[in-house]
Design a protein around this ligand. Structure first.
Ligand code: NAD
Ligand code: GDD
Length: 329
């Protein structure tokens, strides 16, 4: 039986990844500073621990592990990453997790490691035209990410590659493009646009309006988490190190995305575009490399993932309303 550790197992993608590994017959250890908010904690062993502490990394990464999945990071959507106020902690916390996990992997002789990078590492100058953003893997340099979060991811990609080069740890690096789905953060300030828009639509009175940050013409692609996990496993099983995009190529403007969610809800709502943290003007995954190297690319239509997510967020809101002290003012 293969043994793996998922660092960041209490998080959104980590929780789904643990389930996937277990369904494949793995024994899985999870580590995180917290349990999963939605009960998606199915690791065989779940250790509460802070990976910024090298002793914790040394304790949880044992020499019997076949694989490490390093997803622990200080992470959030535009409201967390692009305001500037969290920059120091994002860089400090995430880079410490990466350094400590890699060093422990080296010391314990673990041979294979996955790292979750982000599309935020791509240069801003290629993402100014909302209708024609460029995010092919080879467009990463000259580097000019628009956020410190992106700079940290770019540095850490290189860090993982140095451990591969100098210490023989096989690295597998993916650049995720805005992953969403059930059990993802949907409120509290770290939520990304797909969950935020689903929440706003689900909470709006029929006939009312919802607020969308910016002019709504900015573009993104959003990938349902099941496809993300499929991509992680396929990359891990391949002999390709990456970095490689794991994202959808179904680009959509934020206002059109909001219209899709409104349509799914069956409500009659208008869109009110307001100022807010924006990030890049346009972003879309480029799936040529993943198709070439893995013979696979995500294919689930956006609407299908949004229907599933809207329904899950609607349930969460109902659950919260049933317990009045949990309802935010
Ligand atoms: P998430 O916030 O739900 O998961 C990250 C987990 O890491 C959290 O549970 C958090 O508690 C944990 N963590 C943070 N600091 C830690 C520490 N010091 N020690 C132990 N655990 C710690 O985010 P996610 O959406 O599941 O993202 C997983 C990874 O994928 C992250 O590295 C993120 O940067 C990357 N990523 C995600 C997306 C996306 O759209 N979700 C896009 C690009 C990259
Ligand atoms: N979060 C959020 N909430 N975004 C909104 C909202 C809202 O209510 N309304 C409109 N938006 C707009 C944002 O202004 C931004 O232009 C766009 O929707 C996408 O926002 P996010 O989903 O929050 O983030 P992102 O796509 O800019 O970046 C995310 O994806 C990266 C990978 O592609 C972040 O989560 C990064 O951390 C991640 O690495």
């Amino acid at each position: 039986m293969k043994k793996a550790i998922v660092c960041g197992a209490g998080g959104f993608i980590g929780g789904h990844l643990v389930n996937r590994l277990k369904s494949e017959g793995y024994w899985v250890r999870g580590v995180d500073v917290k349990y999963n908010e939605y009960g998606n904690d199915n690791a065989d062993e779940f250790i509460i621990g802070d990976l910024r502490d090298p002793n914790v990394a040394d304790e949880v990464i044992t020499d019997d592990l076949d694989e490490i999945y390093q997803l622990a990071a200080d992470m959030g959507g535009a409201g967390f990453v692009f305001t500037g106020t969290n920059d120091a902690s994002i860089m400090h916390n995430s880079v410490l997790c990466n350094l400590n996990v890699l060093e422990a992997a080296k010391n314990k002789g673990v041979k294979k490691i996955f790292y979750s990078s982000s599309a935020c590492m791509y240069p801003e100058y290629n993402q100014m035209d909302p209708d024609n953003p460029k995010c092919s893997e080879d467009s990463a340099y000259p580097a000019a990410p628009d956020s410190e979060y992106g700079w940290e991811k770019l540095f850490s990609e290189r860090l993982f590659l140095t451990y591969q080069r100098n210490h023989g740890i096989e690295a597998r690096i993916a650049r995720f493009h805005n992953i969403f789905g059930p059990q993802g953060t949907w409120d509290g300030g770290r939520e990304k646009a797909p969950a935020a828009v689903c929440r706003k639509v689900a909470m709006a009175e029929d006939g009312g309006s919802i607020e969308i940050w910016g002019d709504g013409k900015q573009t993104r692609s959003f990938l349902i988490v099941d496809e993300c996990v499929e991509g992680i496993r396929r990359l891990m099983e391949s002999d390709f190190s990456g970095p490689v995009n794991i994202g959808s190529e179904e680009m959509i403007s934020l206002n059109d995305f909001a219209k899709m969610v409104i349509d799914i809800s069956g409500k009659n709502l208008t869109i009110n575009n307001i100022p807010g943290p924006l990030g890049v003007r346009g972003r879309n995954s480029d799936n040529q490399l993943i198709q070439e190297k893995l013979g696979w690319a995500p294919s689930t239509p956006l609407r299908k993932g949004v229907e599933k997510t809207f329904s899950w967020i609607t349930e969460q809101i109902k659950k919260r309303e049933a317990v009045p002290e949990l309802v935010e003012a």
